[in-house]
Ligand binder design. Structure first.
Ligand code: NAP
Ligand code: HSE
Length: 438
């Protein structure tokens, strides 16, 4: 059968991996898709740059829009990144009646509502498995495998770079900047690595997961986001003493009348499987009412793991080319006219347990004052550790674990603690999740 012709926009880490996987597994892919899949043309910024893949037989251009317009191209694979030119490429491809595959979570999270509506109108698919969790087929699992369930919550380590940095800092005591530079060399990080370390990339992915889990529109601008750049080795060590690991989690939870969407460093009991997901690996824990908890694990970034998801989408698109557009799996899992625009809960109303670290003068009565402030805010303490002051210092570190309480109460308690004369530095506050039940 005649090959399906693909136009690649971007042939960097993921694009290069995609070419390699398509070539190496061409026969397996043909047997699965029913037709060979061939890359006809690829857009790059610098055609003279050496490539990681075999580019023979691929026409190179520096014009991404020309790929979308190319009459030979039947499917456009956008692996360039960004939301400017990349959006234009996807819009032009859809307008021209071409299916699109993309790994671009920023584009899907911020422009997906409009792009999917346009694709629906033109009867084409925009496939985005590689946008979340690298090589883990998490979109397919949530959108199709869990379709029977009312999903209650999901929590995921969904940024490989951040997890790699946290793991290397904890296990080998390496410096943040050095590990980040290595993640960039390995091709894990975004073009702007602050997206990785400040939680923006994880928020893009959480936006997508929440939409397909709950049947809500993509609401990136309403995600609460904290990154990992303020975490200290001290807190990682104290969390360990208390039996916890600190992971950078994206959490989406259905609550009465709305949804919580948040990305932040989180203490998780170390006995949980997800607490032991290290390095560039990602994992997503999903709680469905029928199935209970399910956990999806795999490489969260990198050339071939991400290419695995891109090529899987290509196979699906090729299989669906002849299917009636009305009978395809909806982009956001639920039929477009059945999406519910549930309110996203403001962070002040979110309830979690907390880890607090205070630096205080080593004087009698300080702990009693702190306990009094917490009690007046209705916050009960689960554990306290007071560290011996270092030699020659009058300052002690006090670590507290609290029970669950609304964020606004904790903010007020911290404000009052920081106003105490004997509390000598800003209070460190991290959230704690047990990830145990419904
Ligand atoms: P990358 O290595 O920087 O590759 C980007 C590619 O796009 C390069 O080939 C570059 O050309 C080309 N390009 C950029 N701007 C262009 C322009 N104006 N005109 C023509 N070509 C242009 O990026 P990547 O890591 O592969 O990421 C690509 C996408 O996949 C992003 O959306 C990213 O978020 C997503 N993603 C990445 C990973 C990962 O592990 N890296 C995982 C999942 C998803 P040159 O090669 O000539 O510079
Ligand atoms: N920069 C992203 C990460 C790539 O590190 O997870 C995969 O989406």
């Amino acid at each position: 059968m005649e090959a399906v012709k693909v136009g690649l926009v971007g042939m960097g880490t993921v694009g290069g991996g995609t070419v390699t996987v398509l070539r190496r597994n061409a026969e397996e892919i043909r047997r699965r898709a029913g037709r060979p899949i061939e890359i006809a043309v690829a857009a790059v910024r610098d055609p003279a740059r050496p490539r990681s893949c075999d580019t023979s037989g691929i026409r190179l251009t520096t014009d991404p829009l020309a790929v979308a317009a190319d009459p030979e191209v039947q499917v456009v694979v956008e692996l360039m990144g960004g939301t400017g030119l990349a959006r234009e490429v996807v819009e032009r491809a859809v307008e021209a009646g071409k299916h699109v595959v993309t790994a671009n979570k920023a584009l899907i999270a911020t422009c997906g509502n409009e792009l999917f509506a346009q694709a629906q109108e033109r009867g084409v698919m925009i496939a985005f498995e590689a946008a979340v969790g690298g090589g883990i087929p998490i979109i397919k699992a949530v959108r199709e495998g869990l379709a029977a369930n009312r999903i209650q919550w999901l929590a995921g380590i969904i940024n490989g770079t951040a997890n790699y940095i946290l793991t290397e800092m904890r296990d080998k005591g390496r410096a943040f900047d050095e590990v980040l530079a290595e993640a960039q060399r390995l091709g894990y990080a975004e073009a702007d690595p602050t997206f990785d370390v400040e939680g923006i990339d994880a928020a893009h992915k959480l936006t997508i997961l929440a939409a397909i889990a709950f049947g809500i529109p993509l609401r990136f601008e309403q995600v609460y986001v904290e990154g990992i750049s303020a975490l200290t080795p001290e807190d990682v060590a104290y969390a360990g003493e208390l039996g916890y690991r600190i992971k950078h989690l994206g959490i989406a939870k259905r609550i009465d009348g709305g949804v919580e969407l948040r990305v932040h460093p989180t203490l998780i009991p170390e006995r949980r499987l997800i607490a032991n997901v290290d390095g560039v690996m990602n994992a997503v824990l999903v709680w469905g009412d029928a199935v209970g908890p399910t956990l999806y694990y795999g490489a969260g970034a990198g050339a071939e793991p991400t290419a695995s998801a891109v090529v899987a989408d290509l196979v699906e698109v090729v299989r669906a080319m002849t299917a009636d557009p009305e009978n395809r799996v909806p982009h956001l899992a639920f039929q477009p006219d059945a999406l519910e625009d549930l309110p996203i809960l403001p962070m002040d109303q979110v309830e979690t347990a907390y880890y607090l670290r205070l630096q205080a003068r080593d004087r009698p009565g300080v702990l009693a004052e702190v306990a009094g402030i917490l009690a007046r805010q209705g916050i009960s303490i689960e554990a306290v550790i007071q560290k011996e002051p270092p030699p020659g210092s009058q300052q002690v570190s006090v670590i507290l674990l609290t029970h669950r309480v609304q964020e606004r109460r904790m903010r007020e308690a911290i404000r009052q603690m920081e106003a105490l004369e004997d509390v000598t530095a800003p209070v460190v506050r991290l959230r704690v999740e047990s990830l145990g039940g419904r």
